[in-house]
Design a protein around this ligand. Structure first.
Ligand code: NDP
Ligand code: BG6
Length: 513
C-alpha cells in the first residue's frame, strides 16, 4: 500500500488491533507510541536506529504522540543521550531550512533510562517512566532489541513482564543473528515465544527494507512483460551478488563466530532469492506473501559442500598502502578458518525453476561495493542475427540487472542495431536509473522497517517458519565446513575474490556479471 505521512499509522488495521487488544473502543487520536531502543549506547542504535526515527519524524510519519527511550547499562542522562544521538542525525532527505529546529523538537522527545538487561526492576522503572509520558492514552509500545543475541531472551522476559503495555499493543523488533544454525535458531524462537506471541515478534532483515528489494515484486507482478518470462523456460541463471570494499573492521569478534554465509547468504541473499522466485501471492497481505516465500524455500535443495567455495581475505599492499588481512584483526584468532567470502550454487526443485542455477556470491574486502540481482536469459532460439552476423552468442543474450545498491538502478541489456547503413549489432541498456528519474533521496531500509513495525505491517519481517526453512538449507553445509575444517581460499584485500568462484560458476555455464 502507498504510504503518505500520517496515513496508515492509524489505518483500519492498527485501529482495529488497538481496540482488540485493549478491549476498549477508544478514539484513535488518544493512542501513543513509545519506542524503546534497548542497547541504545551501541553502534547500530547510533548509526541506524536513531537516524531512521529522526527521518520518520522529519517526514511527518511518526504519530502525534510518541516518545523514544534509550535503554542500556551505560550511565547517561537524557541530555547525554541527546548529545550522542544528535551527532548522527542528518537532514539528508532534503536541505530544508527548518532541519535544525526539527532536530531540536525530535531530541526533546528522546529520553534515557539506564538498566540491566536481566533486571525486572529496571524494566519496571522504565515502564513507569513510559506511563508518565503516555499520560493515560492507549499505550502502544515498541521495543527494539539492538543488543547481542545472547541477551535477547533476558531482555524480552524483563520487558514483557515489567514494561509491556496494558492498554495497547507491545511489539519487539529483533535484530539478526537469529541463531547460528537450525538448533540454536529454534531455541531462540522457543525462548522468545515463552514471552511473546509470534505476531508480536518482528525479526528484521534490513535488506527487505531496501527500496529495490521492495520493488522486486512490483517489477514482477505489475508489468506484463516480466512475469511470463520468469521461469526455467526463459531464464538461464540468476545471480545474487553482495560485495563490500572493506573488511570486518571493528566487528571481527562478532564476525568470527558467524562468517559470511551466516552473515549475508542465509538471510539477506536468501530473502531476496525467495522474493524473486516465489509464486504470485494471493494478495499483498503479509501472511500471503510469507506463505509463498516459505513454499519456495522449502522447495530448495540443502546446499552441498561441492556446490560451495569459501575464501578469506589476506593483507595486500597497493599504492604504498597496506590493507590488513582478516586475521590481522586483534579480535580474530590467527588460525581462524572463518570465511569472509563464499560463492554457492542453489537449486529450487519445483516446476518453475527446475535446473536453473541460482548463484550466490558474498564477500568482504573485495574491489567494489555493490549488491545486485542479475538475471541472464536464454539465447533467442535459432538466433537469426547471430547466424548471419556472427555475434558472440554469450553477448547476444538479454540480461536484467537490479542494482540494489549503490546508485540504485534496474536495467535490461538488449541487442540493437548500430545506426548507419551497415548492419552491426550492439548491446545497450534500457535503464531505470533512480538518481536520474527521481529527485528525492531513497529512504534508508531502517526507516521503512521501523515504520512498518509501528504500523503492525509484517510483510517485510521474517516469520519463524521462514527462518526454520532458511536454516534447514544452510545448517548441514555449515556443520560440514566446521567438522571438516575446510580451509578457505585466500584472496588479496581489494581483489575480485578467489578464483574458485569462477570455476564454480563455469561448472554451470555461468559467467559472473
Ligand atoms: P553492540 O556490540 O554495539 O552492542 C549494543 C549494546 O549492547 C552496547 O552498547 C552495550 O551497551 C550492550 N552490550 C554489548 N555487549 C554486551 C554484553 N556482552 N552483555 C551485555 N550487554 C552488552 O552491538 P551493535 O549496536 O553493533 O548491534 C546490535 C545488534 O544488532 C546485534 O545483535 C548485532 O548483531 C545486530 N546488527 C548490528 C549491525 C551493525 O551494523 N552494527 C548490523 C546488523 C545487525 P551497554 O554496555 O551500555 O549496556
Ligand atoms: C549486516 C551485516 O547485516 O549487513 C554486515 O552484518 C554488513 O556484515 C551489512 O556489512 C551490510 O548492510 P548494507 O545495508 O550496508 O549493505
Amino acid at each position: 500500500p502507498l504510504k503518505t505521512p500520517k496515513d496508515g499509522l492509524f489505518s483500519a488495521t492498527s485501529w482495529q488491533e488497538s481496540s482488540d487488544l485493549s478491549g476498549f473502543n477508544v478514539r484513535k487520536d488518544e493512542s501513543t507510541v513509545s519506542i524503546t531502543v534497548v542497547g541504545a549506547s551501541g553502534d547500530l542504535a547510533k548509526k541506524k536506529i536513531f537516524p531512521a526515527l529522526f527521518a520518520l519524524y522529519y517526514e511527518d510519519f511518526l504519530p502525534k504522540h510518541f516518545t523514544i527511550y534509550g535503554y542500556a547499562r551505560s550511565k547517561m542522562t537524557d541530555e547525554e543521550l541527546r548529545n550522542m544521538v544528535s551527532k548522527t542525525l542528518t537532514c539528508r532527505i532534503d536541505k530544508r531550512e527548518n532541519c535544525g529546529e526539527k532536530m531540536e523538537e525530535f531530541l526533546k522527545r528522546c529520553f534515557y533510562h539506564s538498566g540491566q538487561y536481566d533486571s525486572l526492576k529496571n524494566f519496571a522503572e522504565l515502564g513507569k517512566k513510559l506511563c508518565q509520558h503516555e499520560a493515560g492514552r492507549i499505550a502502544n509500545r515498541l521495543f527494539y532489541l539492538s543488543i547481542p543475541p545472547n541477551i535477547f531472551i533476558d531482555a524480552v522476559r524483563c520487558a514483557s513482564s515489567s514494561a509491556s503495555s496494558t492498554s495497547g499493543w507491545t511489539r519487539v523488533i529483533v535484530e539478526k543473528p537469529f541463531g547460528r544454525d537450525s538448533e540454536s535458531s529454534a531455541a531462540l524462537t522457543r525462548g522468545l515465544k515463552q514471552y511473546l506471541k509470534e505476531e508480536q515478534i518482528f525479526r528484521i532483515d534490513h535488506y527487505l527494507g531496501k527500496e529495490l528489494v521492495e520493488n522486486l515484486s512490483v517489477l514482477r507482478f505489475s508489468n506484463l512483460i516480466f512475469e511470463p518470462l520468469w521461469s526455467r523456460q526463459y531464464i538461464r541463471n540468476v545471480q545474487l551478488i553482495f560485495s563490500e570494499d572493506f573488511g570486518t573492521e571493528g566487528r571481527g569478534g562478532y564476525f568470527d563466530h558467524y562468517g559470511i554465509i551466516r552473515d549475508i547468504m542465509q538471510n539477506h541473499l536468501l530473502q531476496i532469492l525467495a522474493l524473486f522466485a516465489m509464486e504470485t501471492p494471493i494478495s499483498l497481505d503479509a501472511e500471503d506473501i510469507r506463505n509463498e516465500k516459505v513454499k519456495v524455500l522449502r522447495s530448495m535443495r540443502p546446499l552441498k559442500l561441492s556446490d560451495v567455495i569459501i575464501g578469506q581475505y589476506k593483507s595486500h599492499t597497493r599504492g604504498g598502502v597496506t590493507y590488513p588481512g582478516y586475521t590481522d584483526d586483534k579480535t580474530v584468532p590467527k588460525d581462524s578458518l572463518t570465511p569472509t567470502f563464499a560463492a554457492a550454487a542453489l537449486f529450487i526443485d519445483n516446476a518453475r525453476w527446475d535446473g536453473v542455477p541460482f548463484l550466490m556470491k558474498a564477500g568482504k574486502a573485495l574491489h567494489t561495493r555493490r549488491a545486485e540481482i542479475r538475471v541472464q536469459f536464454r539465447h533467442v532460439p535459432g538466433n537469426l542475427y547471430n547466424r548471419n552476423f556472427g555475434t558472440d552468442l554469450d553477448q547476444a543474450t538479454n540480461e536484467l540487472v537490479i542494482r540494489v545498491q549503490p546508485d540504485e538502478a534496474i536495467y535490461l541489456k538488449i541487442n540493437n542495431k548500430v545506426p548507419g547503413l551497415g548492419m552491426r549489432l550492439d548491446r545497450s541498456n534500457l535503464n531505470l536509473h533512480y538518481a536520474a528519474r527521481y529527485s528525492k533521496e531513497i529512504p534508508d531500509a531502517y526507516e521503512r522497517l521501523l515504520l512498518d513495525a509501528i504500523e503492525g505491517e509484517r510483510r517485510l519481517f521474517i516469520r519463524s517458519d521462514e527462518l526454520d526453512a532458511a536454516w534447514a538449507l544452510f545448517t548441514p553445509l555449515l556443520k560440514e565446513l566446521e567438522k571438516k575444517k575446510v580451509h578457505p581460499e585466500y584472496y588479496p584485500y581489494g581483489s575480485r575474490g578467489p578464483i574458485g568462484a569462477h570455476y564454480l560458476a563455469a561448472r554451470y555455464n555461468v559467467r559472473w556479471g
